[in-house]
Design a protein around this ligand. Structure first.
Ligand SMILES: Cc1cc2nc3c(=O)[nH]c(=O)nc-3n(C[C@H](O)[C@H](O)[C@H](O)COP(=O)(O)OP(=O)(O)OC[C@H]3O[C@@H](n4cnc5c(N)ncnc54)[C@H](O)[C@@H]3O)c2cc1C
Length: 440
């Protein structure tokens, strides 16, 4: 049997999706780690998480004596491995970020020039990017019509069990971090619980951070601990239920944002809607106060503390803090996105930029400029008993429920409100109305 190189990247544990390859080749597993592809950071919670998944894969999936080959590599090293082990076929899943696209185009071109065949496989998204387009062949930039078409493309595919012939016994084990294995195991456990019966109250409970009733699937999906298509196949095999549909709809947002970034790569660091010119104030002190969780708005501060301490943040809280940074403090979404990149375990470029531009009203299908989350109302509504706030702000332990959302009003010792939301709501509303729309 010929040997093929399989390049794992953000798709660890998708080994069982190797139907396309496993029957015909012995597989040399290669784990791609590149600082350039990692957007020039080398030690963040999300990267440590990915390394922990790689270690888990190495230790639990590969047979004794076979190890993932890895290292900070570029294409010449991949070519050298192919030449060393007489490999003429290389497989990798297709990835969609701008740098990934550039890398994979070069990979195919350079391997081909050495007579090595390189095949890029689908599977990182639930539905292949490019399979959900408008009738005129252009990409959707509104979620709802995208979702309706995307939904028609889903089908439960029963994967056959594949026996993989891993090759190259006895290679030196790679150095893989497993300091984040606790988070990985926590996530597998939480997802298992969610899939057993947690989904039953998904739509009613998913907005309440203190209930912790979402799936915890994001980091596993983004780093390849599970394949989103397998997750969807499982959901479709369950009895039809509105709650399952609500969850599947959320998964569509992931494909939507990945698609938007693929077709509009400039939106990685520019407003998706290029006609919107926003004059951010970008005051360093304002940003510092937000990062430190000292805005004086307990729900914002608790969310920022939670992110810093745990690497996690509930979706509702991401919406609240991103609105606060971009609209109350007038700091560009890029600063917030960067802070999230450095701290989130489930960090993903497309979803992060999509979420931030949504909040800043500069993105595809984003919130209208006049919708500014009121941190006190949000707090009263989504953390009514202050359970989440008390968990992440020691100073507010034991404060009565009716005082915890705006402690200053009742003389409870706490940071002063850094900005007056009622005023900024008014001013920023005007400010955003003045956004200059210039015709292209
Ligand atoms: C400012 C901002 C930044 C964000 N940054 C990221 C990020 O870096 N990485 C990331 O994975 N998600 C990001 N999100 C989306 C969302 O907050 C997380 O996907 C979600 O909180 C993950 O928790 P969960 O898996 O328990 O969610 P669940 O509610 O269980 O959702 C299931 C899955 O659906 C997808 N999903 C759910 N909500 C969204 C959404 N709003 N946008 C896109 N996909 C969604 C995710 O894949 C998620 O794992 C961001 C949202 C905002 C507002």
């Amino acid at each position: 049997m010929d040997r093929a190189l399989y390049i794992f990247y953000k798709d660890l544990n998708m080994h069982h999706q190797l139907e396309e390859v496993a029957g015909s080749f012995e597989i040399l597993p290669f784990f791609l780690w590149s600082e350039w592809l990692n957007q020039d950071v080398d030690d963040t919670p999300s990267l440590r998480y990915r390394l922990a998944l790689a270690k888990r894969f190495n230790d639990t999936v590969l047979p004794q004596g076979v190890n993932l080959l890895t290292g900070d590599v570029d294409i010449p090293e991949i070519i050298s491995v192919c030449q060393l082990y007489k490999i003429n076929d290389v497989f990798m899943r297709k990835h969609y970020e701008p740098r990934e696209k550039e890398f994979q185009e070069r990979l195919v071109e350079e391997l081909t020039s050495f007579g090595i065949k390189c095949v890029l496989l689908e599977g990182y998204t639930a539905v292949p990017v490019g399979a959900v387009l408008k009738s005129d062949g252009t990409p959707y930039v509104k979620f709802t019509p995208y979702y309706h078409k995307w939904r028609t493309k889903l089908c439960a595919s029963k994967r056959r069990k594949v026996e993989v012939n891993w090759t190259l016994q006895g290679l030196v084990p790679p150095i893989l971090d497993d300091s984040s294995h606790v988070f990985v195991e926590e996530d597998f456990k939480a997802l298992g619980k969610f899939l057993t019966k947690g989904w039953q109250h998904y739509s009613t409970e998913r907005n309440y951070p203190y209930l912790d009733s979402t799936s915890h699937a994001s980091a596993l999906i983004n780093h390849g601990g599970i394949a989103v298509s397998d997750l969807i196949s499982h959901l479709l095999s369950l009895p039809v239920h509105d709650e399952i549909e609500a969850f599947i709809r959320q998964l569509a947002w992931r494909d939507f944002y990945i698609t938007v970034l693929w077709y509009f790569p400039y939106s990685e660091d520019q407003n998706f809607d290029r006609r919107k010119k926003v004059n951010w104030s970008n005051q360093a002190m304002d940003f510092f106060v937000w990062c430190q969780g000292q805005t004086g708005y307990p729900i914002v501060d608790a969310a920022m503390n939670c992110l810093y301490d745990t690497g996690r943040m509930h979706n509702r809280l991401r919406m609240i803090v991103s609105s606060f940074l971009t609209k109350d403090l007038l700091i560009t979404w890029k600063e917030g996105a960067n802070w999230f990149k450095e701290h989130l375990i489930d960090y993903d470029l497309a979803l992060n930029v999509g979420g931030w531009q949504w909040a800043a009203s500069t993105g595809a299908d984003s919130v209208p400029y006049f919708r500014i989350f009121n941190p006190i109302i949000q707090s009263e509504k989504y953390d009514p008993h202050g359970v989440f706030i008390q968990k992440h702000i020691d100073m507010l332990h034991g404060v009565a429920t009716d005082r915890i959302h705006e402690p200053q009003k009742y003389g409870v010792p706490y940071f002063a409100q850094y900005v007056d939301h009622r005023l900024t709501q008014k001013n920023i509303g005007q400010y955003f109305q003045k956004v200059t729309i210039t015709k292209n």
